[in-house]
Design a protein around this ligand. Sequence first.
Ligand code: MTE
Ligand code: QUE
Ligand code: MOS
Length: 816
Amino acid sequence: MNEPHTSARTHVTGESEFVDDRPATRGELFVELVLSAHAHARIKAIDPSKALRHPGVAAVFTAGDFHSNLWGTIFKDQPLLAEQVTAYHGEPVALVAAESREAARAGRSLVEIDYEPLPALLSIAAARTANSFIAPAREIARGDAKVAFLAAPRRLEGRIVIRGADHFYLENQASIAYPREDGQIEVHSSSQHPTETQHVVAHALGLSYKDVVCIVKRLGGGFGGKESQAAPFAAYAALVASKLGRPARVILSKDDDMVITGKRNPFENLYKVGFDHEGRLLSLEVELYSDGGAYADLSTSIMERAMLHCDNAYFIPNVRIRGQVCRTNFHPHTAFRGFGGPKGVATIERIIEEVAHAVGRDPLEIRKLNCYAPEGPRAVTPYGQTVRNNCLPKLLDRLARDSDYAARRARIRRHNEESLSGSDSRTLRGLSLVPVKFGISFTTRFLNQANALVLVHRDGSIQVSTGATEMGQGVNAKLARLVARELGLPRDHVRIMPTATDKNANTSPTAASSGADLNGAAAVLATRKIKARLSELAVSLLEIPESRWARHTAGLGTEPEIQVGPVAINEEDPNFGADWETGVASYHGMRFENGSVFAANSPKRHLSFAALVNEAYHHRISLSEHAHYRIPGLSFNKLTGQGDAFLYYTQGAALSEVSVNLDTGELKVLCARILMDLGRPVNSGIDLGQVTGAFIQGMGWVTTEKLHYNARGALLSHAPSTYKIPSIQDTPRDFQVELLPNNDSRASLNGMKAVGEPPLLLALSVWTAAHDALKSLEAYRRTYPRLELPATQEELLRGIFPEKFRHWEIRPGAGK
Ligand code: MTE
Ligand code: QUE
Ligand code: MOS
């Protein structure tokens, strides 16, 4: 199935409505934020009087105006507006509401704040020295890594520096709140987590949840950045709406958004690895330190996922992984596509590369040597989960073969020898093939649930509402197809409705790549409950002449009403008893195909779906259903660090070939080849788009996207002019994505696999390929070129000329 995105047409015509496209309503106010000018300071006084005198300014609000000023997804440690102390540069301190955006902007520059600066923690190192941590350290261990390290024939120790990245969604944080009668609030938000947004607004205003409705039509990109962090902006809009009784609009500029909101967590990890002379891993000790920023946000869960991905595709017998989140004075860092996964995988992939360099073998051989086995003890992760439906060895072999790895390797060696022997070529080439295994499920068990509401209308068209938010990833296309397929209808008979907390309550964020899995399962369950009733009715209808159908006789009272019984659906079966090949369920021997309903054993007699639905109504049979779905079998225990953390793994591999300019450090990705196992896709076109987009987004993280802060902790790179995301020019000229056929995936609905985040990690092959290029240099005959992540042009130049740049340090916090 390869259908267009549900918004394909309206995105192109410009009809698609985002939050800021909502027409202004009468009396609506614009809200701008007053931001902290210090990374850490006592707020001695806030004087709004000048701002209030500015024409058009309606009000200025501060922390004390909230019923409750504290919020936070996991720990409630973050103020909506800084109160007494500000903990990061750019933290919102006050709100200015005005008749126009211009007046609000003028007003915010007139709010006077008196600060008393305090010492700030502006690096992971500083936080560690000061013992400034968010939550205690966590550990996952198997065997005895210390003893195995000391006993290993070969040993290696190192440190890896991984920096943050901005989400750079095209639609910035956006919320509009409307005051409704009797104290209710309706808030439209660009949020991945409407339920949390509803709750944060309710707490902020002292309302009960029933009096707050959060509605999310779509997001112009989220990427994790609107999972927790959309909520405060909704609370700002709601505060103004509730205090002034007027609608209020909060739409951030890109600069404000980048300064205020948190990024991908930076990490600085220490590792010790023991291995044998062939390069087989024997022990791994890793200490992960992340920069959580000023508040907890999701950083502890991100750290947990990083710890759970330090193995990536490799079996390591003795492991000790320790993780600790540092509290600094930066914006609170948050979810970003891959969550902690990319940071764990970057660490082990750096280690694999170093081990290969140390034993003088091709890294691909080391990857194959250490790859998880199809079964047995070498298929078990450090947290005790067995890797089932393991495609990793196949992915490595196939991709190496299909991309001519060996021939490329030989060609690159010749090219680099020529470049270094004084030929005209001033580039080095590098090659890397990296596998990725990404665990699918929230590692916090209670989040692995979803609910859906399916309404069948009397013309046979259908509305579906779930907790999933559409952020461009195509979850609506998948949900619509799943429901349409079940009922044998064209997809355009199904409309996926805006996500709203008055239709689906207690929802999880659309995150962890599980939006389509979780909400798809709930929507299909609800659909099947209706389908089972319709099937039973159809059996009866096909036996009586149409003249006696209720549509003709209803109201006359001449015909008895047909009643249908309840259905039992086995919810523990990942496919709820449906056929794996067709993906659909069948009840009472009835089939739903091409808009018709018929008995499988007598397809000639059939009735239309619309007629069946209309009959069902006249027989007073319910045409709507609500269903709840929960992922079975998750047993991960956070305290012991053991158990099944994931329902299954999405797996893939990427080959990248890069060229590095020896004079400028400029990097080009010449070729990228991706092979992914996505099980049995619902929409392979959407999935290919996700793989391509995620890979390019990941390329930005590992190459060009660098956040620069000054020594006072202020973000300097807060616009596209200073923050370089990949453009079409940066995408590989030779770029091929292929899906590995896999009909053996049996873990989730119809064998589909989550796609959203995993392919971002494949871009690490670009980062390792850049190292591979530098390995040809004389300087790295013995040592390994330990580049930071991202390997920016400057970082590559430093790698090319280690001597020249030895005393020249570029790091956040250095310089003015
Ligand atoms: N794709 C687009 N176009 N825009 C996005 O914001 N977010 C990613 C991914 N793909 C994102 C995207 C992230 S971080 C996640 S977790 C998943 O989509 C969420 O959607 P899903 O669970 O429906 O795959
Ligand atoms: C992956 C994720 C999330 C996660 C765990 C993952 C995520 C998320 C949470 C989370 C954890 C604790 C909470 C909460 C949310 O965990 O997105 O509300 O109390 O929000 O492995 O993507
Ligand atoms: Mo995605 S980082 O789980 O929103």
